[in-house]
Design a protein around this ligand. Structure first.
Ligand code: SF4
Ligand code: SF4
Length: 346
C-alpha cells in the first residue's frame, strides 16, 4: 500500500490543476444541504464534507438517456453504433457509491459485455474519499459498505490539516505525480487515517441499525416471500419509481427505437427504467408479469438482497446510502424498516 500526503493548500492546487486540463466532476452544494455531482468549474465549489449526493455518480456511467445506434431505412438500410465516452475525473466518491459502481461494472461485464458502459468506466479516473458526515437515513455500516478496497484510482482521507492519499492504480499514481508534490505519509498520518476509518461507522445514527448481520440478510429476505410487509407497504405506494431512480445499484433500462417523422431513419435509445413502475414487466403481447403493486414492491427488495448478490459475488445490492428512504413520499421504501420487520420473530 502506498500512502502519500498533500497539505490542504497542496490539495487545492492539485484540484485547480486537474480542473484546468480535464473534465472534473465533483460534489457541489446546489442548495442548502442539497448536494449533487456536477462538473467543477472552480475548486471553491467542491464540498468534500457532503453527507450524500442526491443522485449517485451512476449517471456518468449509465446516463438517464443515451443513443446506442443511429440508423437509416431509406435510401439504404444502415446502422452505426454510437459510443460516447470522454475521459473525466470523478472526485469525492464515498465508499458505498464506489461499491455500487463496482457492482455495475460486474453486471455489465459478465456474460454480455456492455460496450457503452465499459467505455465510460474505462474513461473515468476515480478519486474516492472517506465520508466526513452522514445523513439521518444512512446505514452503510450495516450493509458492509463502510470501506471499499477496489475500483478507485486514488483514495483520500481528510486528517485535519492534510489529506492522506492512497494510490490504487497506475492511473492514480500518474495523476498525482503529474499534478501534485505529494510527500510520503508519516507513521503518525497513517495512524490518524486508521483512527478516522475505525470511527466511520459512528457517523451513522444507531437507530438506523439493521438487526440482522449483513451476511444473513439474503437468506432472511429469500424466505419471506409471503410476509405481510409487502402488501402493507404497497398499499401506500404511488408506483412513482423514485426509489429506483435515486438508487446507485439500480441499473435496469428500457430500449426503444425512435423513428423520425419521414420514417427514413432514427435512433435506438436506452433509458433508465425502474421495477416499481407499473409497466416495468409488461411485454409485447400486453401481458404484465408484475401488475400487482405488492409484487413490484417485493421484487425491489428481493433483487437487492437475493437476486443481484448471485451475480456480484455475494455483495448485497443495497449499499445503505439511504437515498430511497429519504425520497419516498409515503415513507415505505426504507430497507432498514423492511428488513427489521422481516427479522421480527424470525
Ligand atoms: S416505494 Fe415510495 S418511492 Fe418507491 S415507487 Fe413506491 S412511493 Fe415511489
Ligand atoms: S436500496 Fe435505497 S438505501 Fe439501498 S442502495 Fe438503493 S437507494 Fe441506497
Amino acid at each position: 500500500m502506498t500512502l502519500k500526503t498533500l497539505t490542504k493548500d497542496q490539495f487545492n492546487e492539485f484540484v485547480n490543476k486537474l480542473i484546468a486540463s480535464n473534465r472534473v466532476v465533483g460534489v457541489k452544494e446546489k442548495e442548502k444541504k442539497f448536494f449533487v455531482f456536477d462538473k467543477l468549474e472552480d475548486t471553491a465549489e467542491l464540498r468534500l464534507d457532503y453527507d450524500v449526493a442526491y443522485l449517485s455518480p451512476r449517471k456518468y456511467f449509465q446516463p438517464p438517456r443515451e443513443t446506442l445506434l443511429k440508423f437509416t431505412t431509406k435510401p439504404n438500410v444502415k446502422a452505426e453504433p454510437v459510443v460516447e465516452a470522454k475521459p473525466f475525473i470523478l472526485l469525492g466518491v464515498h465508499p458505498y457509491d464506489m461499491k455500487a459502481i463496482n457492482q455495475m461494472t460486474t453486471v455489465f461485464t459478465k456474460d454480455n459485455e456492455d460496450t457503452n458502459y465499459l467505455a465510460r468506466r474505462e474513461a473515468a479516473t476515480i478519486i474516492a474519499i472517506d465520508p466526513q458526515t452522514a445523513t439521518d437515513w444512512s446505514f452503510w455500516p450495516w450493509m458492509n459498505a463502510t470501506t471499499v478496497d477496489k475500483g478507485w484510482d486514488l483514495f483520500i482521507t481528510d486528517i485535519g490539516d492534510a489529506y492522506v492519499d492512497e494510490i490504487g492504480t497506475d492511473k492514480g499514481k500518474a495523476l498525482l505525480e503529474k499534478n501534485a508534490q505529494a510527500t510520503d505519509a508519516t507513521n503518525n498520518q497513517a495512524a490518524k487515517r486508521d483512527e478516522i476509518r475505525a470511527n466511520l461507522k459512528n457517523l451513522c445514527k444507531q437507530d438506523r441499525a439493521i438487526n440482522v448481520p449483513a451476511n444473513d440478510i439474503g437468506a432472511l429476505v429469500a424466505k419471506s416471500e409471503d410476509h405481510p410487509v409487502w402488501e402493507e407497504n404497497a398499499e401506500k405506494c404511488y408506483s412513482c419509481g423514485t426509489c429506483n431512480q435515486v438508487c446507485p445499484t439500480c441499473y435496469c433500462f428500457d430500449i426503444r427505437e425512435d423513428l423520425n417523422l419521414e420514417l427514413t431513419g432514427g435512433e435506438r435509445v436506452r433509458r433508465w427504467d425502474g421495477c416499481l413502475l407499473q409497466d416495468f414487466a409488461s411485454v409485447a403481447s400486453g401481458e404484465n408479469f408484475r401488475e400487482d403493486r405488492a409484487n413490484r414492491f417485493r421484487h425491489r427488495i428481493m433483487r437487492k438482497c437475493t437476486y443481484v448478490p448471485q451475480i456480484v459475488e455475494d455483495d448485497l445490492a443495497c449499499v445503505g446510502c439511504g437515498r430511497c428512504s429519504s425520497q419516498c413520499l409515503p415513507d415505505i421504501a426504507d430497507p432498514v424498516k423492511i428488513i427489521n420487520k422481516l427479522a421480527e420473530g424470525k
